[in-house]
Ligand binder design. Structure first.
Ligand SMILES: [Zn+2]
Length: 258
């Protein structure tokens, strides 16, 4: 008999044999890899597109997993998008554009999964990730910062190649902007016609606003996140930001790709 702990292998690389979300949230071992997963697959329970280490039960049956419509969770939210994309989209071939978007989404997902986050929403040239739900992460602020650095590292190499091919008439060079914030969020199913969960609340909005202020190559980290993961903030510089919808200027920290 194999112990459940032997099946978890939480290394974030898409190799756990049971769903880490169902295990962390309910302590129920749902097989997602290997022969034990086959009967579950017959019932449509398979690996989630949000993270290959969670299953479609925790993605689509939030109410079943939590027995509630929504829960308050301390989480770190990460937003990323491609700077210079809108201008580029008016000037290059749609096929090339879609290749760029899928490359960006794939590189970001690998970085997020490597740190046990989930890709909760994909919006064209942007995405939103959640750290600490449904997979629990002790240091979710630090995990999100490491994922953000990883996103910058992976995307820079790919986008620099593209920038070299595009002449300056295509507009400013392409790069990625990232925003990260930690706080209490409401997680649940908030739509009557969609059955997957998402996070809402002021903390989500602040992460999105920070990302909107990040220039190409920058990671804007809120003070709340930085305070929880000081050892991940080496080289960060303070920046005072005027954010839409927030009366007082917001103090944030800027990490620039190295
Ligand atoms: Zn699950």
């Amino acid at each position: 008999m194999t112990a459940a702990s032997d099946l978890i292998q939480p290394n974030g690389q898409g190799s756990a044999k049971i769903c880490l979300g169902c295990w962390d949230q309910m302590h129920v071992p749902i097989p997602i890899r290997g022969p034990l997963a086959l009967p579950f697959r017959a019932f449509g329970i398979t690996r989630s597109k949000m993270n290959p280490n969670i299953c479609t039960i925790c993605e689509r049956s939030f109410r079943y997993v939590k027995k509630k419509r929504h829960v308050t969770v301390s989480a770190t939210i990460l937003f990323a998008d491609i700077r210079g994309f809108t201008r580029l989209s008016e000037r290059i071939d749609p096929v090339k554009l879609s290749e760029l978007v899928s490359m960006f989404q794939d590189l970001c997902a690998q970085a997020i999964w490597a740190h046990d986050g989930i890709v909760n929403k994909q919006m064209g040239d942007g995405l939103m990730a959640i750290f600490n739900f449904p997979i629990k992460i002790g240091d979710h602020a630090g995990a999100a910062i490491m994922a953000a650095r990883d996103i910058q590292r992976r995307c820079t190499a790919a986008l620099d190649r593209l920038n070299a091919d595009l002449d300056s008439s295509h507009g400013p060079a392409l790069g990625v902007g990232v925003g990260v914030h930690t706080g209490d969020v409401e997680i649940g199913e908030f739509s009557t016609f969609r059955s997957d969960f998402t996070a809402i609340g002021g903390a989500v909005n602040l992460a999105a606003r920070l990302e909107s202020k990040a220039a190409a190559g920058e990671i804007l980290v809120s003070d709340a996140t930085a305070a929880q993961a000081p050892d991940r903030m080496t080289g960060a510089e303070p920046r005072l930001l005027a954010l839409k919808g927030i009366a007082q200027p917001v103090q944030a920290r800027v990490l620039i790709k190295s």
